[in-house]
Structure formats: structure tokens, C-alpha cells
Design a protein around this ligand. Structure first.
Ligand code: ADP
Ligand code: MG
Length: 269
């Protein structure tokens, strides 16, 4: 089911922030699960050598024979690389530490930023009918993150509701601008989502007020609350939507999915 008129293929979203622990992986996994729950076909690309999205979606390390590394370097059949998660409509290309390999650094600079772009647009991808590709980026503005930004239509930025949250955002915006100027003119910002929000905490409220004052419309109305069920879900190798479907965290990610779909419907109109 697709209400997005994109005959050219899936909407590709890079989930990025060079800070670690801000909710990139959690947002990728749970937004992906929420979109899949709505009947959209979703591919998660684990682009972090730590492989947390892969673990969080139940792909044991011994099942990671082929990974994003093979996808980037065109090393194996797509059928071996793109795995079912066991959740309807949700597939994943898993990652392992081999992704931090230096091989990519050795390529000509022109080619090496386009590896993910080209992989996602290769001929064989036509047989998959993904509506969304969500890319879980590593906590760095390295070559992998640049690959995500070059490949993507938009960047979704999780912002942890804590002190210094906005610090570092200008560096991220600068990188987005650079990619826009050099390799991907149409790169947009999908939005900024506040994560680990604690409504009883003044600091969370202050971060939200600052973010909305500085970034305006870019900030999603939906905020993701700090919720213990969200942090427990990965150790059960499932999204919080499946682990505790009625939890606050699950409901927030459903709201975020609806907001993303609404934004995209508007863009397509
Ligand atoms: P990143 O991918 O940016 O490094 P993660 O998504 O792995 O960040 O999140 C960092 C930690 O915070 C993880 O342990 C995760 O379970 C926890 N976490 C993320 N979002 C929430 C939330 N809304 N409520 C509680 N814990 C969360
Ligand atoms: Mg992560």
C-alpha cells in the first residue's frame, strides 16, 4: 500500500546526528516499525558498525553473513543481503564491524561518497517495492554518514532533550549544506524529533522551547517521551511497538509515523 506518489522508488531518509546516544537507532527501528504497521513497506539500512539496529530487530550476529558492507561494495546477491525481520512489511540490511573497514577510504573520492546512493538505485532493487528506506547512521560525520546523506531524500534528526542538545546541530547542518552543494542538491531536512523527553523536567521543556524557537517548523509536533519500555525493547530484540504495544513510547512513535506520512503526502500533492 502506498499513498505516496513516488514512481521513482522509495522515500529514503537518513536518521543522523553525530552525537551518540541521542536516539538515532531507537527512532530508526521504531519509526520503521510504526510505518510498517500502517501497511507501508520499509527497509532499514544499518549503517552503524555497532549494528544496534540489527540487534534491536532480532538479527543475531550469526545471521549476518552478508551486511551493509556487501551492499555498498556490490559483493553479494540482494536476496542474501536484505533480510526479513519477522515483522510484517519490515526488512533490514544488517551491519557488523566490517563496515568500519578501510576499504572504502581507499577508493577514489568521487566514487566513495556514492556507494550507498548507487546501491539503493541498482537494477535489482526494482523487484522490491519499498515505500521507505530508513538509514541508521553512526555517531559521527564520517564517510558512512556522508554516504547516507548523498543517498537520501531527507535527513531526520533526533535531538535528545538534554542540556547542550542544540550544540553540535550547527555542525550537522553545515555538513548537510555541504552535501547539498556538492552531491545532492535536493537533500531536505525531514524534521527534528525531540527524544527522551521528560515533561516533568524543566530542562526538557527548555530544550523544546529553544528548538522550536530556533528551528520552527522543522521540529516535529510529536515528542518522544523517556519511557523505560523503549529502552527495554532492544534486549528482547524487538521494536517497542511489538514489545509493549500500548506503551507511551509505542504510541509516540505511531504519532511520529503519522506526522511523517502527512508531511510527505503534502509534498507529493
Ligand atoms: P543512538 O543510536 O543515537 O546512539 P540509541 O537509539 O541507541 O541512540 O539510544 C541510546 C540509549 O537511550 C539506548 O540505550 C536506548 O535504549 C535509550 N533510549 C532511546 N530512546 C529512549 C526513550 N524514548 N526512552 C528511554 N530510553 C531511550
Ligand atoms: Mg545508534
Amino acid at each position: 500500500m502506498s499513498d505516496l506518489s513516488r514512481p521513482q522508488g522509495p522515500k529514503i531518509v537518513a536518521v543522523a546526528n553525530q552525537k551518540g546516544g541521542v536516539g538515532k537507532t531507537t527512532t530508526t527501528v521504531n519509526l520503521g516499525a510504526a510505518l510498517a504497521e500502517q501497511g507501508l513497506s520499509v527497509l532499514v539500512v544499518d549503517l552503524d558498525p555497532q549494528g544496534n539496529a540489527s540487534t534491536g530487530l532480532g538479527i543475531d550476529p550469526e545471521r549476518r553473513d552478508y551486511t551493509t558492507y556487501d551492499f555498498l561494495l556490490d559483493d553479494a546477491p540482494l536476496a542474501d543481503i536484505i533480510l526479513d525481520t519477522g515483522i510484517e512489511n519490515l526488512s533490514i540490511i544488517p551491519a557488523t564491524v566490517d563496515l568500519s573497514s578501510a576499504d572504502m577510504e581507499l577508493m577514489s573520492s568521487e566514487k566513495r561518497s556514492f556507494l550507498l546512493h548507487d546501491a539503493l538505485r541498482q537494477h535489482g532493487m526494482d523487484t522490491y517495492t519499498f515505500d521507505f528506506v530508513l538509514i541508521d547512521c553512526p555517531p559521527s560525520l564520517n564517510l558512512l554518514t556522508v554516504n547516507a546523506m548523498v543517498a537520501a531524500h531527507s535527513v531526520l534528526i533526533p535531538l535528545q532533550s538534554e542540556f547542550f542538545a542544540l550544540e553540535g546541530l550547527s555542525q550537522l547542518m553545515l555538513t548537510i549544506r555541504e552535501v547539498r552543494q556538492t552531491a545532492n542538491n535536493d537533500l531536505r531536512i525531514e524534521g527534528v524529533v525531540l527524544t527522551m523527553y521528560d515533561a516533568r523536567n524543566n530542562l526538557s521543556q527548555q530544550v523544546e522551547a529553544d528548538a522550536r524557537a530556533n528551528l520552527g517548523e522543522l521540529v516535529f509536533q510529536t515528542v518522544i517521551p523517556r519511557n523505560v519500555r523503549v529502552s527495554e525493547a532492544p534486549s528482547f530484540a524487538m521494536p517497542v511497538l511489538n514489545y509493549d504495544t500500548a506503551s507511551k513510547g509505542a504510541r509516540a512513535y505511531r504519532d511520529l509515523a503519522v506526522e511523517v506520512l502527512r508531511k510527505n503526502a503534502k509534498l507529493a500533492a
